[in-house]
Design a protein around this ligand. Structure first.
Ligand SMILES: [Zn+2]
Length: 63
């Protein structure tokens, strides 16, 4: 089973990737908790808060 990892730079959560599909960083961690699903990055206040650029799943807490 693929492990979900969160990007330390932009919080984007990806499955089975070596690099973050959102920002290209390879600083990924399995130690994260909680997430939000961003469907429309342009219209969400939360995406502006964390500077999310694309739709997807974002970790709330990264250890
Ligand atoms: Zn990233």
């Amino acid at each position: 089973m693929a492990v979900e990892k969160a990007c330390r730079r932009c919080r984007y959560v990806s499955t089975g990737a070596d690099k973050c599909p959102a920002c290209g960083s390879d600083d990924l961690t399995e130690n994260w908790a909680g997430f939000v699903i961003i469907i429309n990055p342009d219209k969400s206040e939360f995406t502006q808060l964390i500077e999310a650029k694309m739709a997807g799943k974002y970790a709330l807490r990264i250890k």
